[in-house]
Design a binder for this molecule. Sequence first.
Ligand SMILES: *Cc1c(COP(=O)(O)O)cnc(C)c1O
Length: 508
Amino acid sequence: MTKEVYGAASGGRASSIPLMGGDSEPTIFEISVSGRRCGAIRDSGIESVDASDHLPLAYLRSEPVALPEVSERDLVGHFTRLTHRQYSVDLGAYPLGSCTMKYNPKLADTVAGMSGISGVHPHLPSSHSQGWLEIALEIESYLKEITGMAGATLSPAAGAQGELTGLLMMKAYHLDRGNHKTKILIPDSAHGTNPASVSLAGYSVVTVPSNEKGLVDLELLKSLVGDDVAGIMLTNPNTVGLFEEDIAEIAKAIHDVDGLLYYDGANLNAIVGIARPGDMGFDIVHSNLHKTFATPHGGGGPGSGPVAVAEKLLDFLPGPYPVRGHDGIKWTTPSKSIGRVHSFYGNAVVYARALAFMKALGGEGLRQMSQIAVLNANYLKAMISSYYPPAYEATCMHEFVVSTAALKKSFGIRALDIAKGLLDKGFHAPTVYFPLIVDEALMIEPTETESRQTLDAMAEALIELAKDALDEDAASKMAGGPRRTPVTRVDEARAARTLITTVDAHSK
Ligand SMILES: *Cc1c(COP(=O)(O)O)cnc(C)c1O
């Protein structure tokens, strides 16, 4: 038994499992050996329960579910090999613009894993979970301070859900005031989730074109503002990494028609401790704790996208949320609440991590985080700008956009080829082809966690790639890259259109 549980020495496919760098890793089903187990469950002595006595026949399986049968050794080996085939924030620089893939300090994981935090059941009554509720109130207070808002909800599980939550509050606000509004303005550089959330909330999108400086065109914006405008979704610095200098006037134009300003603060990395959306005139701000405040993300979550609001929206916050009373912290729901947007109170362990990160850095440390993020982005931009012309000249904030359109003219090398080439040089690729308004865009966000040595190495790698693009032989090699990764160039269009994620796909 022990050997079956802990060891894989007993044959099976163990000897044929490739080591790191091999061509393929079998699926966990392929290394399954009948009877192998990952843990020995002790016999409780309690008589087993027959499910058919308790569940309707229609819901019972006719055969046991096909689960992989592996020992702990097989299991750990399998996932360790998979992690070796993957690029991650723990491995190196990950300059994915807009997404803020910074290194996540292990301290935050340690705190979130403490039994008093991770072992608390969400169904506990508030009298037995005062510690957790303190955590919630504390992070809320920091978020209010950072964004300049009056209240916040920690319910939303991601940025996109925060957007929808904020827009539903905006809608409830207008309905409450008897406003008839149908439109929301969004600049053409915005993140794709913005128009999607607007549609989900039942509004129509009006696109505001950017000017040649990459900023919202104020006069054009004013011409689009009317009584039917519910609000605007903006982010500042915007999605090309530039600060919207006319923000005060934009806010006035929107407020003049009783519209609201929504701040897409998915990425607050440029402004923490320096500028506050509330002071710029925004009414609703979501922030992605899994981006700015260093909790792991990518691959679909879990995340946390709290929404902070101005005084006039407090009554519409989703409920229930915790408030401090004279006899401890209790759950409450505001009078005009839009209702529940998530089970319990959001992804709690994610905001516990973010709180640990904030407390470890402290106020001054958080400001420095933003200062270094901005400095790093400008440094890298300057290092590569003679090979990669920036899409806009102005000093950037935490990220910048360059265009590789000129390289395309030489031997047809595209932004995608440069991104793939960077993988061969040991760095993760930046964001590509976003924002849509820049031709052959590379959007680079080095973040504050990379050292000057790393930035220099990244600049050198990018410059080598730009030089290769001008050499016919090197360019033709680059077009098929990456070559040094476990999976080389894939047909991305086909992968997106005929997505097959089942085991069967491997045998086809
Ligand atoms: C990441 C991001 C979002 C969406 O956040 P998710 O947590 O992925 O839903 C929205 N806006 C901007 C600017 C972003 O960078």
